[in-house]
Design a protein around this ligand. Structure first.
Ligand SMILES: Cc1cc2nc3c(=O)[nH]c(=O)nc-3n(C[C@H](O)[C@H](O)[C@H](O)COP(=O)(O)OP(=O)(O)OC[C@H]3O[C@@H](n4cnc5c(N)ncnc54)[C@H](O)[C@@H]3O)c2cc1C
Length: 308
């Protein structure tokens, strides 16, 4: 069993920021990642609101964060943590590869994509249905695709796809989008983005691969078949913390924390998108990581003074 004082679960912006602060404070820790370091930004086409970062490419920002970890001699432990339990004064983490023990936990697992809830959705995943335009967009070069959703992500990724595919049907269940004005303007100016507002998807068609969808208008009660080969789903996210096997206080489904990111469970911190907060962005995720790591440093100092 590997014993490290702190475990950071997730190497997205919040986990990476916490790692940098812990390293500078000389606190021993492990940084776990089950997929690609950088988290959601490694799958994002445009970033245009992170101060100091003018490049706008999400993948590039994720790579820069990874480089910064390497420059600071911070290693990533590539293991998927499947379960966290309490063992006396410590936390036991069961990973796919190893078992770990830690005094402090920084849960930085972010969110996972909401599913549409239609029959065949799981079957067509990777065979027409995708939750990442940046990863899969190129597979649909010069073809017709649909994007489902009405927030910033759906509009940003529609714009990205519009430069690759022949046509994007942007389907949103309401008449108005929930996105920034600037984005809405850009989407409306694109000739190959066709807006289907007040529409919902009713049925998925295809044998092995997705071949089309049936959409229905809530205003006209009309049904229409759209012959698409790709459907990109951006209808929101839900927090990802089902690995926590003990009661923890939540609010609106997200983990509740205090100002220092500590949860209702002592020495268990939640940072980034997984916690209850008003704004889920890179700038708030990195801030959470820095605050929680600093608090852990303070707690350790207090313990050290008490023990002396
Ligand atoms: C399409 C899209 C566009 C966006 N555009 C912007 C933007 O332009 N500007 C902006 O500021 N924000 C943007 N965001 C939001 C931003 O990406 C998030 O707020 C930010 O990534 C949250 O960081 P995080 O560290 O909390 O979580 P995440 O980035 O979700 O990272 C969580 C990490 O934890 C890992 N993980 C999860 N579970 C486990 C486990 N059990 N074991 C090990 N590892 C695990 C995941 O693999 C992942 O790498 C966008 C998001 C999306 C989806």
């Amino acid at each position: 069993m590997i014993d490290k004082e702190v475990s950071i679960i997730g190497a997205g912006p919040s986990g990476i920021s916490a790692a940098l602060y812990l390293k500078r404070a000389g606190i021993p820790f492990l940084l776990f990642e089950k997929n690609i370091p950088g988290g959601k930004i490694a799958f994002t086409s445009y970033i245009d609101n992170y101060p100091g970062y003018k490049n706008r490419d999400g993948v590039e920002l994720a790579l820069q964060m990874q480089e910064q970890l390497a420059e600071n001699e911070i290693e990533i432990t590539f293991d998927s943590i499947e379960n966290i339990t309490k063992e006396n004064e410590r936390f036991l983490l069961k990973g796919n590869k190893e078992t770990y023990l830690s005094k402090y936990i920084l849960l930085a697992t972010g969110t996972k994509e909401k599913r549409i809830g239609l029959q065949g959705e799981e079957r067509f995943y990777g065979k027409g249905i995708s939750y990442c335009a940046l990863c899969d967009g190129a597979l649909y070069k010069n073809k017709e695709v649909a994007v489902l959703g009405g927030g910033n992500s759906a509009l940003e990724e529609s714009l990205y796809l519009s430069s690759i595919v022949s046509k994007v049907y942007l389907i949103h269940r309401r008449e108005e989008f929930r996105a920034e004005e600037e984005l809405i303007k850009k989407v409306k100016q694109k000739e190959n983005i066709v807006l289907y507002t007040s529409y919902q998807i009713e049925k998925l068609y295809g044998t092995k691969f997705l071949e089309g969808i049936e959409v229905v208008s809530s205003l006209k009660e009309e049904k229409e078949f759209l012959p698409i080969s790709g459907l990109f789903v951006y209808i929101g996210f839900e927090p990802s913390f089902d690995i926590v096997s003990f009661p923890i206080e939540t609010e609106d489904g997200y983990i509740k924390t205090d100002e220092d990111m500590e949860t209702s469970v002592a020495r268990f911190f939640a940072i980034g998108d997984v916690r209850k907060k008003r704004l889920r962005q890179i700038v708030t995720a990195v801030s959470d990581g820095a605050i929680a790591a600093t608090k852990i440093g303070n707690l350790r100092n207090e313990e050290y003074k008490r023990e002396r």
